[in-house]
Design a protein around this ligand. Structure first.
Ligand code: NAD
Length: 430
């Protein structure tokens, strides 16, 4: 059993805290947002992540997991502190480290003994040294080691990803500190890779940039497929069975979004430029993604002409299924473009409606997919939730005013859709 503090009660912080508590550690979470802490103290999680609320309740009731707004309560007893605060996009695309700096100052001011600070936030290469310097500027009494331990979890399967990771990456200047952190993960049975600090920090950006590049690659193939009458879904299947390529992240669609890929690719490009290297490929990845995100609106205009006065339904709002995360969700860009063109926008999402309402008050929200279809001139599939795969499309068509579907995630079979009488447009398949 180790005594652990986790700073930041977001997707990464809460997953880390609940999982480490479940492995038998004593964990305290410190979060600046009082409302989040109050709700967590009543075992309520402020976002949707399958299984997380139950895991938190079980471990909090067992006394292994506590929540506070006070660093003075969380830090002094801890042997390890995980930093899991947000690192959003800064003004020029670089990562904004102000939350990391503020949290580090607060940790340093509450120190009462030696400590290992473990950075889980995605941060530019060298940030571990900045964290060390900030701590040293407040404290010269206790030995504090800073270790990088990037997180690779995916929202929607965060607990499984944490408990059964493909690998755990740990980076430190001192091998002994890295090995102590490695012990926290020993029971998971995953490969543990110990690198130097900068390499570990770089692994995270390189991984996200590579995954984003795969998505932009297949989206570029989709553009070509449409022109040569090939089906990109089958092309991806044919490519993906090649073991050198693999099947993942080859779904053509309306581009990547979410809280990580967009900002991380930009931040990595900004890091490269800072070192006077122009990252051609990263810029191409971002350009392709930008164009892909407005493709659904272009396709609607192809089918409907002017969008003024048309009723457009959106199936899905979250940036991907199994989450209510709306950060950089394609739905926001699409809805804004449609509203600007004078359309009425109706939307449904199984989890993200409450969050979407705060961002897009001008969209009309419906309780299910049929509500979206009723009276619509077209439907755009924005998020590939499972429940949309099983829709009764005969009923959907009956409810719509005009049977137009722009399938931004290639959920449906074009031949079947046309047989049912839809005007159907997928991505990269005619
Ligand atoms: P988040 O926005 O969900 O959570 C961050 C939390 O930190 C917020 O609740 C915020 O209030 C809190 N916070 C900010 N400053 C604080 C401070 N000084 N003291 C205490 N709490 C503070 O963010 P997230 O999605 O969990 O991401 C955290 C980091 O992990 C980011 O760097 C992100 O890039 C990275 N990451 C995220 C994911 C993901 O899927 N969300 C996956 C891997 C890595």
């Amino acid at each position: 059993m180790s005594r652990i503090a986790v700073v930041g009660a977001g997707y990464v912080g809460l997953t880390t805290a609940a999982s480490l508590a479940d492995l038998g550690n004593d964990v305290r979470v410190v979060e600046i947002d009082t409302a989040k802490v109050r709700s967590l103290q009543r075992y309520r999680v402020h976002f949707y992540e399958p299984g997380l609320q139950e895991l938190i309740e079980r471990n909090a009731r067992a006394g292994r997991l506590r929540f506070t707004t006070s660093y003075a309560e969380a830090i002094p007893d801890a042997e390890f502190v995980f930093l899991a605060v947000n690192t959003p996009e800064g003004e020029n695309g670089e990562a904004d480290l102000s939350y990391v700096r503020a949290a580090t100052c607060s940790i340093a001011q509450s120190l009462s003994g030696p400590l290992i600070v473990i950075n889980k936030s995605t941060v530019p290469i060298g940030t571990g040294d900045i964290v060390s310097e900030v701590i040293r500027s407040f404290n010269s009494q206790f030995e504090v080691d800073v270790v990088s331990n990037p997180e690779f979890l995916r929202e929607g399967s965060a607990l499984k990803d944490f408990m059964q990771p493909d690998r755990v990456v740990i980076g430190a200047h001192k091998r002994e500190a890295a090995e102590r952190v490695a012990k926290l993960y020993e029971t998971l049975g995953a490969p543990i890779l110990i690198y130097n600090l900068y390499t570990a920090e770089m692994v995270k950006y390189a991984s996200n940039a590579f995954l984003a590049a795969r998505i932009s690659f297949i989206n570029e193939m989709a553009r070509i497929c449409e022109r040569v009458d090939a089906d990109v879904k089958l092309v991806a299947e044919g490519m993906g069975l090649d073991r050198r390529i693999g099947p993942h992240f080859l779904g053509a669609g309306i581009g990547y979004g979410g809280s990580c890929f967009p900002k991380d690719v930009k931040a990595l490009a900004a890091i490269a430029e800072q070192y006077e290297y122009h990252p051609e490929l990263l810029h191409a990845v971002m350009d392709i993604n930008r164009d892909q995100r407005t493709l659904a609106v272009d396709k609607l205009r192809e089918c409907l002409g002017s969008l003024r006065g048309q009723v457009i339904g959106l199936l899905g709002l979250a940036f991907k299924p199994d989450t209510d995360d709306m950060r950089e969700a394609a739905s926001v860009e699409i809805a804004r473009a449609l509203l600007k063109k004078g359309a009425t926008v109706r939307a449904y999402d199984p989890a993200a409606i409450d969050k979407a309402k705060a961002i897009m008050p001008d969209v009309e929200y419906r309780r299910n997919a049929h509500g979206v279809a009723r009276g619509a001139d077209a439907i755009v599939v924005v998020t590939e939730w499972n429940e949309f795969k099983q829709l009764d499309m005969v009923k959907v068509k009956r409810l719509m005013r005009r049977p137009v579907i722009v399938d931004g995630r290639n959920l449906y079979d074009p031949v079947e859709m046309r047989r049912l009488g839809f005007v159907y447009r997928g991505i990269g398949r005619n």
